[in-house]
Design a protein around this ligand. Structure first.
Ligand code: PMP
Length: 422
């Protein structure tokens, strides 16, 4: 898709007033498991206002533009940090893998779904992250489910930041041991909780970059706590791989603390323009996980085309470090621009830049006006963020052009002023 400075407004669905479409009252027995579905009226209320921002069907896309309902818009709501999803080399690698292996492995890696491509990714990732070995899962979500539940046994405790990703939270729910949550970024709170531990193994799990805030975890302090309290440390680098560190190896490389992070977890659904996830660690841990992580063993493997896209992405990341520099230049330009306009961008330190609005409905209205003016961002409300901290989440790519970014700033300024946010 060719880049264009002309961004016609997108109008995917008509606006109606909240009073125009009465919401049906729930009429089910409270004992019916469907009662909660019937009581879930908020969805229709927001749809009736024309403000529903989710599951928007995209008709076509480039690395930084999308077409929705026949209209072109600038995408600032994806996690395509390096713009690899539409790089011709990545696309060609995926097509070639389909020709060689077909579209799917139709089974788990454990039995019939392992290919040389899966193993090549593991070798490359072990080298990139500086770990002995790596293990590839079918998604990042499944990686966290499998890794945490396999490692945290009955007598163990897992310590997680309150803003860790949902897949970390669900991994803890599946684990036999206890889960202790500490306040976001509050490592004094974590330390107090580690001090209260009454034996058993300890695993600390944090996001390297928090997906809704864009802040970076305080890894040096965590490494101290790991050593002092004899804990293991896992970092979910979904938003840091390809982004942080001088070779794009993530948070541990950024801080020069690779040896003190026991498990580096990541996804291929962001910088690596594909789908899948991985964990990198000591060989002995990887061997154990390979035979105990249920989300790996009992789920079909990544399609070969997805593997080939990852391999091509890693190759380009290594050959073209300027990609990462462009990404950071774009992110900095937007942080300065949005802040300069008077928006609250929270504590963003990365290419994830939230624009905090506060109220849910105002956030949906803001999202809709951006959308109508050709800018596609994400509306994020509780429980993905704390209550009253609703926001427009924006994230930037190495391939956004200066023209596109200026256009986005101009629309934000117009919408922000119109709605009284700035
Ligand atoms: N961890 C974090 C921090 C994430 O942001 C995400 C994706 N939003 C995941 C894990 C899950 O990754 P995937 O999309 O590969 O399932």
């Amino acid at each position: 898709m060719k880049s264009s400075a002309q961004h016609a407004p997108a109008q995917a669905y008509p606006r109606t007033g909240p009073s125009e479409e009465p919401v049906a009252a729930a009429v089910t027995e409270p004992s019916d498991v469907f009662a909660k579905a019937h009581q879930f009226t908020r969805l229709r209320e927001v749809q009736a206002m024309g403000l529903y921002p989710y599951f928007v069907p995209v008709q076509a896309s480039g690395s930084t533009e999308i077409i929705i309902n026949g209209k072109r818009g600038v995408m600032v709501g994806s996690n395509n940090y390096l713009g690899f999803s539409h790089d011709p080399r990545v696309v060609a690698a995926a097509q070639e893998a389909i020709a060689t292996y077909g579209t799917a492995c139709t089974g788990s890696r454990f039995l019939n779904g392992n290919t040389e491509l899966h193993e090549r990714i593991e070798d490359r990732l072990a080298k990139l992250t500086g770990k002995e070995a790596a293990l590839v899962f079918s998604t990042g979500f499944q990686t966290n489910l499998g890794v945490i539940s396999a490692l945290v046994g009955r007598d163990d405790t897992v310590y997680i930041d309150k803003l860790d990703h949902a897949s970390v939270v669900d991994g803890c729910r599946l684990a036999a041991g206890d889960t202790v949550r500490f306040r976001h970024g509050d490592l004094d709170d974590l330390e107090a909780k580690l001090r209260q531990s009454n034996g058993g193994g300890k695993l600390i799990v944090v996001d390297g970059v928090f997906s809704m805030e864009g802040d970076i975890v305080d890894l040096p302090r965590l490494a101290e706590l790991r050593a002092r309290y004899d804990a293991r440390l896992a970092v979910d680098d979904a938003h840091a791989i390809g982004v942080l560190g001088k070779t794009g190896a993530g948070t541990a490389e950024h801080f020069g603390l690779t040896d003190q992070v026991d498990l580096i977890i990541g996804t291929f659904s962001k910088s690596f323009a594909s789908i899948g996830g991985f964990v990198a660690a000591d060989q002995v841990v990887i061997d154990y996980l390979k035979h105990h992580a249920r989300s790996l063993i009992f789920s079909a493997s990544m399609p070969p085309s997805a593997c080939a896209a990852v391999l091509a992405s890693i190759e380009i990341l290594e050959k073209e470090p300027e990609r990462r520099l462009n990404l950071w230049a774009n992110a900095d330009r937007m942080k300065v621009g949005l802040k300069g306009l008077g928006f609250d961008i929270g504590g963003s330190e990365t290419p994830i830049v939230p624009v905090v609005i506060g109220d849910d409905l105002l956030t949906f209205e803001f999202w809709r006006q951006l959308y109508d003016n050709g800018v596609f961002a994400n509306a994020v409300v509780a429980p993905a963020v704390p209550p009253h901290a609703s926001r427009i989440r924006t994230s930037y790519s190495a391939t956004h052009t200066p023209d596109q970014l200026d256009f986005v700033l101009e629309v934000f300024a117009r919408v922000g002023k119109g709605l009284g946010v700035i």
